[in-house]
Design a protein around this ligand. Structure first.
Ligand code: HAM
Length: 416
């Protein structure tokens, strides 16, 4: 027996309508905000992620699915931003479209320890705006995330925002933390001891209570922000306020990827427990340039689709089109039934047939129609064949009547 790889999931037919609904709503809202879809490959040069996310980040250190091919190393993409920036530069989108407003959906891969809401293959719905450094686009992006959540009918989430400042400000914050934590290394958790050396900003959002106490005592505030970055963040907060987007400023919010600068945000939902972020994003003003492109500001975010579905309780149901279910009673009814089926499909009427033609009991075939949620059942047996009719049963009202074969399509299209 083969089994799925740990941390992956089969999305079964009964779950698919929920996924389709998320995708449908996302496409609609992104289009309303004038974002265009982009699709990039699932495999990329691993060096792209090492360079973009940062050599010392957890994803690059421990979580990349790597594929060695001769002297090249590919990676299954752990996130979308780096690939989209690569595609933006490689396809000269800066010259073609100027500011690019792009959205994407698709699978991402991280070799994490699986738990509720944490998978090794998971899906992102996200967007990136490349080519603008001003605060207006931060406001648009965060209010777009809020609009999407409203459209998904998700409630009870919190948007937390912070500013990491520019490269120099991040360096200032790093120094403040190094000084503050140097004498307390022994008291930090094992992960934070490593973070202290590799990625000290991550100590700020460690979930360990002892680490949180130590960090609280450091009294970190926004003193590391330069005047320009502070002004940018003030405009973002003001803009979000004027649009009525509820946000909470969280001075300890940092992100696990090195590319972030200035505005960062995370959207949390308590009901998820430990993995409580349903989405996250922020500015990455140096990345386009660092990957060989022009010096352009950029910002984006991504939602984790599995987590959106967990908090929504899988309540989306796409109302399907009414299914017509044909029951052919006996082998003799089979040729005529197959003709009818073909005619219905030509008219794009969703339909299916009982494949077990020698059904002894009409009851069991009706049970199958019920299981399939059929709206209409058509029955053809010896009697119907002789009379040139079809028995039509409306599964909602329970009404049954005979319809002449030549009138069947018209009857289904006008009266059912
Ligand atoms: P991220 O925070 O790593 O950011 O991922 C975004 C969201 O993906 C998370 O908030 C979470 O909902 C979901 N997610 C992450 N890892 C997993 C996992 N192992 N299993 C299930 N869901 C997961 C990014 O990836 C950035 N690229 C977001 C961004 C776009 N920043 C700027 N533009």
């Amino acid at each position: 027996m083969f089994k799925r790889i740990t941390g992956t999931k089969d999305i079964l037919p009964e779950e698919v309508p929920s996924w389709q609904r998320i995708e449908q709503i996302s496409r609609k809202i992104f289009t309303v905000y004038n974002y265009k879809e982009i699709r990039t490959p699932i495999i990329e040069d691993a060096a792209l992620f090492n360079r973009s996310l940062g050599e010392s980040t957890e994803i690059v250190q421990k979580q990349m699915f790597l594929i060695n091919n001769k002297d090249e190393t590919y990676a299954l993409r752990p996130e979308g931003t780096a690939s989209i920036v690569r595609a933006y530069i490689e396809n000269n989108l800066d010259k073609i479209t100027g500011v690019s407003k792009l959205y994407y959906t698709g699978p991402m891969f991280r070799l994490e320890r699986p738990q509720k809401g944490r998978l090794r293959q998971f899906y992102h719905v996200g967007c990136e705006v490349i080519g603008s450094a001003g605060p207006d686009i931060d406001i648009e992006i965060i209010s777009l995330a809020d609009s999407l959540l409203k459209a998904y009918s998700i409630e009870g989430h919190k948007i937390k925002i912070n500013s990491l400042g520019c490269r120099q400000d991040k360096q200032k914050l790093t120094v403040i933390l190094e000084k503050g934590l140097k004498g307390k290394l022994d008291e930090l958790c094992e992960d934070c001891k490593i973070r202290f050396a590799r990625n000290i900003l991550r100590v700020l959002d460690c979930k360990n209570e002892d680490c949180q106490d130590i960090v609280k005592k450091l009294g970190i505030n926004d003193s590391y922000l330069c005047g320009e970055c502070r002004g940018h963040f003030d405009k973002v907060k003001l803009g979000l306020d004027s649009l009525n987007v509820q946000c909470e400023v969280s001075p300890l919010l940092v992100r696990g990827l090195d590319y972030y600068t200035r505005t960062v945000f995370e959207i949390k939902h308590e009901s998820l427990g430990a993995q409580d972020a349903i989405g996250a994003g922020g500015r990455y003003d140096n990345l386009v340039n660092e990957l060989g492109g022009p010096n352009l500001g950029a910002i984006g975010f991504a939602f984790g689709v599995e987590r959106l579905l967990l908090v929504s309780g899988f309540k989306f149901q796409v109302p399907g089109e009414k299914l017509v279910y044909l029951i052919a009673l006996g082998e003799e009814a089979k040729p005529k039934s197959l003709q009818i089926l073909a005619d219905l499909r030509k008219q794009e009427i969703p339909c299916d047939i009982n494949l077990n033609y020698d059904v002894k009991s009409l009851k069991s075939a009706m049970r199958k129609a019920n299981d399939l949620n059929a709206g209409i059942v058509l029955i053809i047996g010896e009697n119907e064949l002789k009379k040139g009719v079809v028995a039509l049963k409306d599964m909602v009202s329970g009404e049954q009547k005979e319809v002449r074969r030549q009138d069947l399509i018209k009857e289904l299209m006008t009266n059912c």
